[in-house]
Every structure is written in structure tokens, then in C-alpha cells.
Ligand binder design. Structure first.
Ligand SMILES: *[C@@H]1O[C@H](CO)[C@@H](O)[C@H](O)[C@H]1NC(C)=O
Ligand SMILES: *[C@@H]1O[C@H](CO)[C@@H](O)[C@H](O)[C@H]1NC(C)=O
Ligand SMILES: *[C@@H]1O[C@H](CO)[C@@H](O)[C@H](O)[C@H]1NC(C)=O
Ligand SMILES: *[C@@H]1O[C@H](CO)[C@@H](O)[C@H](O)[C@H]1NC(C)=O
Ligand SMILES: *[C@@H]1O[C@H](CO)[C@@H](O)[C@H](O)[C@H]1NC(C)=O
Ligand SMILES: *[C@@H]1O[C@H](CO)[C@@H](O)[C@H](O)[C@H]1NC(C)=O
Length: 500
């Protein structure tokens, strides 16, 4: 019985204690933050369910490093007191706090002109009678917006030839931020950034980032963007690199087809340089410039017809402040035009999908061949009537008459034409194709220009002409005095000199 009474007494006591403890509560915001120089509101309210409990004083204290410092005090009879260094910066939000019959339930303060040193925990303490002291605390965080600056190391970067080491080309600095900002870079350059953080005594952090890249002509005009992420903000800064580099020189104009008497050929010196090249100098290696040459800026004009004197190695020298570089071209002068219409396709173009060029070349070749054959046929027919000499029963085929015929060993009699599969290599392509192409220049009247012999099997040429016909050359056969041979089967064999 006594045990029961004791336990019920204890329960009552506990309940009373609890209700007493819960009847007065100080409420604050957990955390408050503000930027340097701005104003923050530190709210604090007192809720009381027991009307007999009276507020005797409210005190705001700053808690830093375990030491408390009074900030502001409100007393129902004495009024409000704000202590230095808060004197001009702290006010109670509720004007009734300072009245003679105050209401201190809302002791919220405003703190203006926020300083980094204001960052601390703040205690809002209510002194009551008869319940005693009640308090709560909040954390004030002071933020500092960084100042971001991006700079190029210098207005221009000089790219030295052969340089391989990376150099700092740009710097991005985000100064005195709190919390620290995060820097990233955005660029197509293949460089690398470095990062360095410096903590200032006042708690702010300066983030310093360099961007390193190998100076080269490739990075000229490339954009470099520094992105500073601070809180939810994203500050971007872009700059364009300006790289100075020495000239890269190429010479245009020599097409490998400078034949005698060709008119108005020229060589042009092209350069890629920053700053641009202003002066070009032309030289002829191991020789003096031909007399009919005229230099105009970067172009070398050859006046009049091409002569053998033009052959040689031409050098163009281009200079800017960074350096001097030269390009050269070896000029060949040929006796006769080299007809580019023949289906000479470099092997690598087979795979590069330039089908149009391949087809175009093949079609052009076929047309040329057919045209040549028709001309020949007509020509031979005309000459046939005057034939009086020996019959030559040897098979003859088209061939490149002029450049190599004399040097080649005689071929044994072979099939007149041989077809390669369409994918045959260029190397197998007949020299005769370009020779045949050359027959478009065929002019029976200009008999002074002598060309070596070559022979033609006209009958075969009609049937087998296509772009891939292989023709063999035969040695000149001086014993055949006459030009034409008419065969029993109706075909015509020609053995004659060709002129251009
Ligand atoms: C206030 O900050 C202190 C450390 O600075 C931390 O221990 C405490 O939990 C914080 N209080 C709140 C309410 O965030
Ligand atoms: C806080 O205490 C630390 C050492 O515990 C000291 O280095 C620092 O200066 C103190 N800060 C202030 C504001 O007193
Ligand atoms: C913090 O310190 C740095 C240098 O120590 C100074 O430049 C900066 O202005 C300071 N920031 C504030 C908000 O006082
Ligand atoms: C050009 O001349 C130089 C000397 O003047 C000589 O060393 C060089 O071999 C010559 N080159 C040619 C292609 O003749
Ligand atoms: C050559 O250069 C001058 C200035 O340097 C320019 O006025 C002129 O038009 C140029 N001539 C040609 C043909 O490019
Ligand atoms: C010049 O012609 C020769 C003989 O025809 C040839 O071997 C050489 O490759 C040609 N050089 C150039 C640069 O075309």
C-alpha cells in the first residue's frame, strides 16, 4: 500500500516537473546566414503556458570559442541596452521591447552591416520569475561573395617551333570567397589546369587556377572559359588566345605539267602566319631567275611561253617577327603536255570514297579513247587507198609513242588487249592510256615535230576500247616503210609515224 502511494506521488511529481519544464520554451531559427554588409534577422520568441511566470530580462549573447559576450539586453524596467561593438548595428525588431510596459515575448533582433567576425553561435536567454532561466542558441554564418577575375598571361603567346613544354596561358582567380568557390575550365584545348587555395585570416578563401597548354599555331583563336561556381551561382569568363607563330609556307601553281610553250604560268607563295607575312622573297636554287619573271607580292609570274630555262627548284622565303621559313617547289619542264584526263587514281583514293572522281575519270578516258579510235579509223581509211608497201602481219596495238617507246625492249606478240578487273591497281594501268589521251592533240599537218613510232591495231581498237584497255608498245620497226596495212579479214593495221 505504501509502495503504491509512493509510486503515484512520484508520477505526479514527474508530471508536474515536465509540465513546468515545457510551459516555457525559447524558440530560435537553427541557422541563419547572410552576406558581408547585409542585414540578418536573429529571431527569438518566448512561449509560456503558465501565466504566473514573468519575464524579468532577455539577453542576447555571442558564443565564440567557449566564451560568451553580451550583445543586447532588454529589461522591463531599465529598457534596452546594446553593447559595443554592436551599438549601431543591433536593434530589437519589436518596438514594444523598449516601452515602459514592454512585451518581451518577441526578442528578435536585426543585425546589420554584417562582418565576417560576426560569425558565431548566438544565445537568446530569457530570465523569468519564478521559473528561472530558459535559453536557446542559433548559428550565424557569414558569407563573402568572391571577386572573380580571369586574365591572359600576356596579350599574345609566342609559339616557338619545336616547343613541347606547357606554359601558363591564362589565370582565373576567385578572391576572398566564403565558402570557397570551385573553378572549372571549359575549352577545346588539350591543356591542363592547376588549382591553389589560400585561406585568409578572416576566413575567406582565394582560389587560384592556371591553365597550361603547349603554345602552338593550333591554339590560335581558341576560346578558353573559366567557370566559377559559388553557392548556386555560376560565373563564366571567356577569353580568346592570340598566338604569334612563324610562317608555314606552301607554293602553289606548279601542276607538274609545265610543257614547252605553255603560256602564263605562275607560282604563288602561300603562308599561314601570325602576324601575317608582308614580305616574300623568291629564289632559284643554284641558278639565277629566268629573265621573263615578274614578282608581284607573293606571286612569281612567268611571262610568255615556258622554256627549259624555267626548270629548277624555286624557293619562297616568308618572314614575320617570329621567324623565317621557306617553301620550295621543284619545277619540271616537259616537252609535251601530260594529259591529266587519264584514269590515274592514287591508290588511297580508292578507299576514300571519291567514287565520282573515279567514275568521271573512267568515263572521260573511254570518251577520249573512242574519239581517238574514230579519228584513227577515218584517217587510216583515207590513207589506205594509197598503200603500196609490204604487208606487215604483226599485231600492233596502241601505245604511248613518244616518251618511252625507244627505251623499251620489244614485246613478244601477245593478245592485243588485256582487260584488267575494275579494281586493278594503278601500277598495272597502261602507260598507253595517257598516251592515247595525248592523241587528242594529234595533228597530221605539223610534220616537223617528230615523235617516235608506235603501232596501232585498228581493228582491235574498235572492239576493245574501254578505260581499262591495256596496250603494249612495240619497238619502232624501221623496215616498214609504209604506213598502212590492210588485212584480209578487213581490219586495218597501221604502222606509221605520229606527229603533233
Ligand atoms: C552550430 O555550430 C556548431 C559548431 O560550430 C555545431 O556544433 C552546432 O551543431 C551548430 N548548431 C546548429 C543548430 O546548427
Ligand atoms: C578561438 O580559439 C582558438 C584556439 O582554440 C584560437 O586559435 C582562436 O584565435 C580563438 N578565436 C578567437 C576569436 O578568440
Ligand atoms: C578578408 O581578407 C582579405 C585579405 O586578407 C581581404 O582582401 C578581404 O577584403 C577580407 N574580406 C572581408 C569581407 O573583409
Ligand atoms: C647547289 O649548290 C650548292 C653549293 O652552292 C651545292 O652544295 C648543292 O649540291 C647544289 N645543289 C644542286 C641540286 O645542284
Ligand atoms: C600587292 O601588295 C600591295 C600592297 O602591299 C597591294 O596594294 C596590291 O594590291 C598587291 N597586288 C596584288 C596583285 O596582290
Ligand atoms: C621531274 O621529271 C623527272 C623525269 O621525268 C621525274 O623523275 C621527277 O619526279 C620529276 N620531278 C618532279 C618534281 O615532278
Amino acid at each position: 500500500m505504501a509502495v503504491l502511494m509512493l509510486s503515484s506521488f512520484l508520477i505526479c511529481l514527474l508530471a508536474a516537473t515536465l509540465s513546468a519544464a515545457q510551459s516555457q520554451v525559447v524558440q530560435v531559427d537553427d541557422r541563419v546566414s547572410g552576406f558581408v554588409g547585409t542585414e540578418v534577422v536573429l529571431s527569438c520568441t518566448f512561449s509560456n503556458t503558465n501565466p504566473t511566470v514573468k519575464i524579468t530580462q532577455v539577453t542576447w549573447q555571442k558564443l565564440l570559442n567557449g566564451t560568451k559576450q553580451n550583445v543586447a539586453i532588454a529589461n522591463p524596467t531599465m529598457g534596452v541596452s546594446v553593447l559595443p561593438p554592436y551599438k549601431d548595428r543591433v536593434t530589437f525588431r519589436n518596438p514594444a521591447v523598449g516601452y515602459s510596459t514592454p512585451s518581451l515575448e518577441d526578442a528578435t533582433i536585426r543585425l546589420s552591416g554584417l562582418r565576417l567576425s560576426d560569425e558565431a553561435a548566438y544565445i537568446c536567454e530569457y530570465a523569468t520569475f519564478p521559473a528561472g532561466n530558459r535559453e536557446n542558441q542559433l548559428n550565424l554564418t557569414v558569407l563573402a561573395k568572391p571577386i572573380t577575375r580571369m586574365t591572359l598571361t600576356s596579350p599574345t603567346i609566342t609559339a616557338q617551333a619545336g616547343e613541347t613544354s606547357k606554359k601558363v596561358v591564362a589565370t582565373c582567380v576567385s578572391s576572398n570567397g566564403k565558402p570557397p568557390s570551385v573553378i572549372t575550365w571549359e575549352t577545346k584545348l588539350k591543356g591542363e589546369p592547376t588549382f591553389q587555395e589560400t585561406r585568409n585570416p578572416n576566413g575567406t578563401v582565394t582560389v587560384h587556377s592556371n591553365y597550361l597548354v603547349v603554345p602552338s599555331r593550333e591554339i590560335h583563336r581558341q576560346q578558353l572559359t573559366c567557370i566559377v561556381n559559388y553557392q548556386s551561382e555560376r560565373i563564366t569568363n571567356s577569353l580568346t588566345l592570340n598566338v604569334l607563330y612563324e610562317p608555314e609556307v606552301t607554293i602553289e601553281g606548279f601542276d607538274g605539267n609545265w610543257y614547252l610553250n605553255r603560256q602564263d604560268v605562275k607560282l604563288t607563295c602561300k603562308s599561314d602566319a601570325n602576324p601575317p607575312v608582308t614580305v616574300y622573297q623568291w629564289k632559284l636554287l643554284n641558278g639565277t631567275m629566268p629573265v621573263n619573271v615578274e614578282v608581284l607580292n607573293s606571286t612569281l609570274f612567268f611571262k610568255g611561253p615556258v622554256t627549259r630555262d624555267l626548270a629548277g627548284t624555286y624557293v619562297c622565303e616568308a618572314a614575320n617577327v617570329i621567324g623565317t621559313r621557306s617553301g620550295l617547289v621543284e619545277v619540271n619542264v616537259t616537252e609535251f603536255p601530260n594529259i591529266p584526263g587519264g584514269p590515274r587514281i592514287p591508290p588511297d583514293e580508292h578507299s576514300s570514297g571519291s567514287m565520282a572522281a573515279v567514275i568521271g575519270g573512267a568515263v572521260g578516258g573511254v570518251i577520249l579513247l573512242v574519239l581517238a579510235a574514230v579519228l584513227l579509223f577515218v584517217f587510216l581509211r583515207r590513207r589506205q587507198r594509197t598503200f603500196k608497201g609490204d604487208y606487215n602481219t604483226k599485231k600492233h596495238v596502241f601505245g604511248n609513242g613518244y616518251s618511252k617507246a625507244a627505251g623499251l625492249p620489244p614485246h613478244p606478240p601477245m593478245p592485243q588487249s588485256l582487260h584488267y578487273p575494275d579494281d586493278s591497281d594503278d601500277e598495272k594501268k597502261p602507260a598507253g592510256i595517257s598516251g592515247l589521251g595525248g592523241e587528242q592533240d594529234f595533228d597530221p599537218d605539223s610534220e616537223d615535230l617528230k615523235r617516235p613510232y608506235f603501232t596501232v591495231d585498228e581493228g582491235e581498237s574498235h572492239e576493245d576500247f574501254d578505260g581499262r584497255t591495256l596496250s603494249f608498245q612495240y619497238d619502232p620497226e624501221p623496215e616498214i616503210a609504209d604506213d598502212m596495212v590492210s588485212q584480209n579479214d578487213g581490219s586495218v593495221i597501221s604502222k606509221k609515224e605520229w606527229y603533233v
